[in-house]
Each structure stands twice: as C-alpha cells, then as structure tokens.
Design a protein around this ligand. Structure first.
Ligand SMILES: [Zn+2]
Length: 268
C-alpha cells in the first residue's frame, strides 16, 4: 500500500530506479557504483516497543525512511543506494522489559565498520549512517568521525527524527517529535506493517512524554533502564495513532532528508 502511494508521488523515474542493494545483482551493483552514488546505511535495533508493537519497529521504519529518501534523491538525479539495515544496536536500556537484543559499543562499531569497509572496497566515496534508534544516536556520530578518518571517505550520520523533527511536529497531536512506541511510531507501523500492530492493546500504549526526570536538562545525558521510565515500554501516546498520520510522517521525514542529503555543499 505504502509502496504504491510512494510510486505515485515519486513519478515514473523514481519507480524505475532501483535503490535497494539487497534487491540488486552483483553486476547491477557494480555498474551502479561507477556513478559514485551516495550510500545510505540504515542502522537500527530490535527491542521492546510496548504491549502493542512487534520488536522490529526501528528496523522496519528506518528501512522505509531510508528507501523513500533514496527514491526521492534518485528522482532528482542524485544516484543513491541503500544497504540492508543493521538490525541490532545499542539497546541495553530496553533489556529489562524483554524481547530485546543489544550489542556493546565495540561490537556495534565493529559491525558498522565492517559494512562501511566493504562499501569502500567497492568504491564508495560518500556514506550516510541513517540511524533509527535512540540508543544509537551518539554512537553513529562517533562512528562516522572515526570511519571518515580511517577510510578517507565522506561519512555523514544522523537520527532520522532528530534531523526532521521540525517537519514531523505539525503532523502530531500529543507529542513534539517521534518518541518510543508512540503516536508517531505506531502510526508509521500502521501504514507499512499493520500485521505487527496489536490494536487491542493500544489503549494501554501510553507513558511519560520524556525519558528524563523533572528538572533534567535535555543536554544532561543519563541512560536509565526502561523499567524506571515506563512499565508500559512506551514514551508518548499511541492512542491517537493512525495509518494516515504514519504515511504523512514518512513523507515529511523522507522529503527533508532528501533535501539535506541532496545538498551538494554538504559533500563538497
Ligand atoms: Zn528504538
């Protein structure tokens, strides 16, 4: 459903251009690499998302945002490829509620480095680590800095809803931005993976609007276990989620990300 809608909006050129690495043959990829494409590496997670969402939320949503962004860039004539999504990340703070995988930073960095090193061996010059999980937010920026120095290529990094918060906010009723298993994530899951949403549990899917304690400055970092934040496993309010809202959030995020990554000055 979402695919069809995206194709309609993106036009014929976008529909024809294959941007997903995993759907291409090696010879097709080798030919595409000759155009020195921008390569988006989605980096996500597999962790608890409240009583109502399957654990794959971050991996599914980050993949969809990355692919839509790449299609928009390709439609504008910016060659772009999206690698398969790194499905496990830094989710120690979710372990207490079950259903969660986590790596430590060394293992996480080793996986990202291995993927980027492979890309470099295939000729990559520009990579963006597109993060789709809060717990990875700081780590992907550190990784980008290290990988740029090590491999001598250009590496950008960012968490998709932090880069696009200003364009997501107008579509949300009860939150200022995407949070966790919330109005935004539930809406987006309803749009692309309704079979992984337990509608009968949504009445229970709400929690505090922040993972911080009262008086804690947003710039003061402190990671506390989710059990201490919300036993529901939710930050935000999924009760006002809808698939229509989810579709708007995807399009808003992908449009702004395409603008950002399509800015030639960034890569000069
Ligand atoms: Zn997450």
């Amino acid at each position: 459903m979402a695919r069809k809608a995206a194709t309609k909006r993106g036009g014929k050129a976008a529909a024809k251009t294959q941007v997903e690495w995993a759907r291409m043959t090696a010879p097709e990829i080798n030919a595409a690499m000759k155009q020195e494409p921008l390569i988006i590496v989605p980096v996500a997670s597999m962790e608890q998302h409240g009583p109502h969402l399957a654990v794959a939320v971050d991996t599914l949503l980050c993949t969809e945002v990355a692919v839509r962004t790449a299609r928009k860039l390709a439609a504008r004539g910016v060659p772009t490829l999206v690698t398969p999504t790194i499905w496990t990340g830094l989710a120690e703070h979710h372990m207490s509620l079950g259903g969660t995988f986590t790596l430590d930073f060394r293992a996480f960095f080793a996986v990202i480095r291995g993927v980027v090193k492979s890309l470099v061996r295939h000729g990559a010059k520009r990579v963006m680590l597109m993060n789709g999980h809060g717990g990875n937010a700081q780590a992907v920026c550190v990784a980008a800095t290290d990988l740029q120095a090590e491999f001598g290529i250009k590496v950008a990094a960012g968490t998709y809803w932090y880069v696009t918060g200003d364009v997501l906010k107008p579509h949300l009723e009860r939150q200022n931005n995407l949070s966790h298993a919330c109005e935004a994530e539930t809406s987006m899951m309803m749009a692309i993976a309704p079979d992984r949403v337990r509608k009968n549990m949504i009445a229970k899917a709400h929690g505090p609007l922040s993972n911080r304690v009262p008086g804690q400055d947003p710039e003061l970092f402190y990671r506390r276990p989710f059990k201490q934040i919300a036993l529901s496993g939710v930050i935000g309010d999924a009760r006002v989620a809808s698939p229509e809202k989810g579709e708007k959030l995807f399009e808003a995020a992908a449009s702004k990300l395409a603008d950002q990554l399509g800015n030639a000055k960034l890569w000069a």
